[in-house]
Design a protein around this ligand. Structure first.
Ligand code: HEC
Ligand code: HEC
Length: 365
């Protein structure tokens, strides 16, 4: 725009009646426009630059991510749209429940202290809302691994009658009726028509950016800090007893295991529901332990409220059954000191930068 103005104004100045007054008038207008454009550009740039993690970047101590934005090239506008959708109850049937209602940033994106979350009309869910982080590394989602792609994922909570209880057709219609969203979809995906595909992809852009990699544990791994002797001892116990499933550095192998909670699985078959194989009954997707100090209650049904209870379980609460992971045996018989050290170590997985990252928070309007 500035360029075309420049051309028109120079053309005008070819006139034999060239007037210095006109010239300066034109120059002033041009300079004014240039200044305004530069100002607007710098505002947007400043906003982006403030996000020190902006742009997907693999933390150097992490393996390659599973999701690489194939067919959904990362852009700031797409991420920003995904963020707004994550915090907007418009995705639910009666516009009362957003994703964030059950996935609160201050709790590592788990729910606020409840074992089962409430969906639309206060219907009680059947499983505990898991904490969310490092989702680009997940090969599968849900406690039973029933969903395997981050770009199709959000279909599940939106349409689940126990969660948002909405239809994709309705959500798309609601968004298409919003001038604000039409504009945002246009910026993000080039056309203002909202489709379910674009909606799911935008949410995937936001979820893939939920990277937690700046805890004390991470800084220790990177050699930027040292552990106290209790933390160090806890880490060694963790490596011996836990890391075969809660594999470092993501703290999950993303495999499935029965960690000895029950011998009767009729309440929830877990992985068996997906594979229909009785050998998978009672197995659940191994959860990540990042920010675990804040993501209570624990396990697929939220049965434990404290890490102490979790360690009592692994110490001497293991329930025998045919699908129990053999590595758990009859429990680890930890001493009180060992439990304490393990908890001290688990606390190093808390990542304050993640929990307070303004770019993962609801945007101030
Ligand atoms: C009413 C509460 C509730 C709402 C609303 C909700 N979730 Fe969830 N979320 C859950 C529960 C419960 C699970 C575990 C479900 C299961 O395993 O069967 C879950 C699982 C997930 C997972 C998988 C995590 C893992 O460890 O595999 C992701 C990702 C996720 N939700 C993102 C979202 C997004 C995005 C939205 C909004 C579109 C959303 N959730 C809305 C409760 C909720
Ligand atoms: C054989 C694999 C295996 C081993 C070994 C193992 N876990 Fe787990 N862990 C799991 C599985 C599977 C779950 C989820 C079980 C469920 O909810 O039904 C889990 C859940 C947890 C949770 C709850 C997380 C949440 O967000 O709800 C914590 C905390 C935990 N484990 C800590 C540990 C610690 C500490 C150790 C070592 C003392 C350990 N685990 C050893 C497989 C394992």
């Amino acid at each position: 725009m500035v360029v075309s103005l420049l051309i028109t104004s120079t053309n005008n100045n070819h006139s034999p009646l060239f007037d210095r007054g006109d010239f300066f008038q034109n120059m002033r207008t041009i300079l004014f426009i240039v200044a305004i454009s530069a100002f607007l550009f710098s505002c947007k740039k400043a906003e982006i630059e403030n996000y020190k993690e902006w742009g997907f970047e693999k933390p150097s101590h992490f393996p390659e991510p599973h999701y690489k934005f194939e067919n959904n090239t990362q852009t700031y506008d797409r991420f920003d749209l995904g963020r707004e959708l994550f915090y907007d109850p418009i995705l639910s049937l009666d516009s009362t429940i957003s994703c964030a209602k059950c996935h609160a940033q201050t709790h590592g994106f788990a729910d606020h202290n409840v074992n089962f979350s409430l969906g639309v009309n206060n219907t009680v869910g059947k499983r505990n809302s898991p904490a969310l982080s490092n989702l680009a590394w997940y090969p599968n989602f849900m406690w039973d691994g029933g969903i395997n792609h981050i770009e199709t994922f959000s279909f599940a909570p939106i349409t689940n009658p126990l969660e948002m209880h909405e239809t994709m057709t309705n959500v798309v219609a609601k968004l298409n009726a919003s001038a604000h969203y039409k504009e945002k979809f246009k910026k993000a995906y080039g056309s203002e028509t909202v489709t379910d595909q674009k909606l799911l992809k935008a949410l995937a852009q936001f979820m893939a950016m939920m990277i937690s990699a700046e805890s004390k544990y991470d800084n220790y791994v990177l050699g930027k800090t040292t552990f106290t002797s209790a933390e160090e001892n806890g880490l060694q116990l963790f490596k011996t007893h836990c890391a075969s499933c809660h594999t470092e550095p993501l703290t999950s192998s993303f495999g499935f295991a029965n960690n000895g909670l029950d011998s009767d699985f009729t309440n929830d078959l877990g992985r068996g529901l997906v594979t229909q194989d009785p050998n998978d009954n009672g197995k659940f997707r191994i959860p990540s332990l990042r920010n675990v100090a804040l993501t209570y209650p624990y396990m697929h049904d939220g049965r434990f409220f404290t890490l102490n209870q979790v360690l009592d379980h692994y110490s001497n609460g293991i329930v025998q059954s045919s699908t129990l992971a053999t590595s758990l045996g009859t429990g680890f018989n930890f001493t009180t000191q060992e439990k304490q050290d393990l908890i001290t170590f688990l606390n190093t997985l808390t990542d304050q930068n993640y929990l307070a990252n303004p770019f993962l928070s609801e945007k101030k309007k």
